[in-house]
Ligand binder design. Structure first.
Ligand code: SAH
Length: 343
């Protein structure tokens, strides 16, 4: 059995031909799976019965069962708990934006990076997701989006670049015009900042956007807050991000979580300023910490956030604040846990 949602268009065509089917059947299959969202071959009524059976023997459609869905009454954000065949579950989030939706997708069950301000880290790494499981999440949440465009951010549970091959494969499937048809420019990969992997991603020319979670303004704080990622120096990470920007001719976003009295101090702003450059490739996105009783940090007061933002004016291509959506349903950055027992 081959996971159909992990196949590139060329691979899908080759598999169809190997089954003895006509080449155009690949387009019919893609239409059923990626546009009509059917979950079994019996429903593919333009395929002869015998072919439907052959396909069912050859291809796995990757069941992705919705266990729970919660929707925020405040901002319309929905959080989906999705379960795969072995019982492993992840969360995906769908946010209504002006003129489009953004889907926040998971790449691993849990995470091994141990960032102190993130709830997902509390689980450790349970397992990597396969490419078809990543694609299946996007297709699942896309079903509830009317016709407006969909942006995809790999900012859910897990570290995308720690599950490199499946993530890259899922991007190829998601961005292929003949398959999921989500433009690569609408896809953002967010990483804790693994320098070597950032360079590899840049060289693949996938045209996706990159966000790098900086979260500290010097190496010692970063090591403390992000123990695994802190093995690489800030400078190595920023050099790799700069390489990505040059190679892809596109800016890179630096994410920076604001933790009260920990990363929001005037000296942090001063050090951050020194890392930026108004004409350089970086945009800075400040994320006020999303509180969670199990995490021992606090969100700075709003005035402090504004002060921090304005003290960085002119130091980057742009400086913005991300007020996370879905905080009332624990769907915001750092709040995804995946429905397992409480830690
Ligand atoms: N592992 C990847 C993607 C997942 S996290 C990465 O680190 O980039 C997505 C973003 O949420 C990261 O920028 C992270 O720093 C931020 N984040 C994590 N916990 C948070 C919290 N409690 N409040 C606000 N942002 C948080």
């Amino acid at each position: 059995m081959r996971a159909l949602k992990a196949l590139t268009y060329d691979e899908l065509q080759a598999s169809v031909l190997a089954l003895g089917l006509e080449r155009y059947r690949a387009d019919q299959l893609a239409d059923w799976v990626y546009q009509k969202h059917v979950s079994d071959f019996d429903s593919m009524t333009n395929l002869p019965l015998g072919q439907r059976r052959d396909c069912a023997r050859q291809f796995d459609l990757t069941p992705c069962e919705e266990v729970v869905r919660r929707t925020s009454s405040r901002d319309g954000t929905s959080k989906f708990l999705l379960r795969f065949r072995d019982g492993a579950a992840v969360e995906a989030v769908l946010m209504p934006m002006a003129g489009h939706h953004t889907a926040c997708i998971s790449t691993q069950v849990g995470c091994r990076f141990a960032c102190k301000f993130c709830l997902t880290a509390r689980r450790g790494l349970v397992r990597n997701l396969a490419a078809d499981e990543i694609v299946a999440q996007v297709l699942h949440v896309r079903r509830s989006v009317p016709s407006s465009g969909l942006n995809v951010v790999f900012m859910g549970m897990g570290e995308p670049l720690d599950n490199f091959e499946p993530v890259v494969r899922s991007i190829r499937v998601l961005s292929a015009p003949q398959l999921a048809n989500i433009g690569a420019r609408r896809i953002t990969v967010s990483t804790t900042g693994l320098p070597q992997r950032i360079r590899e991603l840049a060289e693949l020319d996938l045209r996706v956007k990159l966000a790098v979670s900086l979260n500290a303004s010097n190496d010692s704080d970063r090591k403390r807050l992000m123990p695994v990622s802190g093995r690489h120096s800030l400078q190595e990470t920023l050099d790799a991000a700069r390489f990505f920007a040059e190679r892809t001719k596109h800016h890179v976003t630096l994410e920076y979580v604001l933790l009260r009295d920990t990363t929001d101090r005037p000296e942090d702003a001063r050090r951050l300023r020194a890392l930026g450059d108004a004409n350089g490739p970086f945009k800075l996105n400040l994320i006020p910490f999303n509180p969670e009783p199990r995490l021992r940090f606090a969100r700075p007061e709003i005035e402090r956030v504004r002060q921090f933002e304005s003290s960085l004016e002119g130091a980057f291509r742009s400086v913005t604040v991300r007020w996370s959506m879905g905080t009332d349903i624990e769907a915001a950055c750092g709040q995804l846990f995946g429905g397992a027992a409480e830690p």
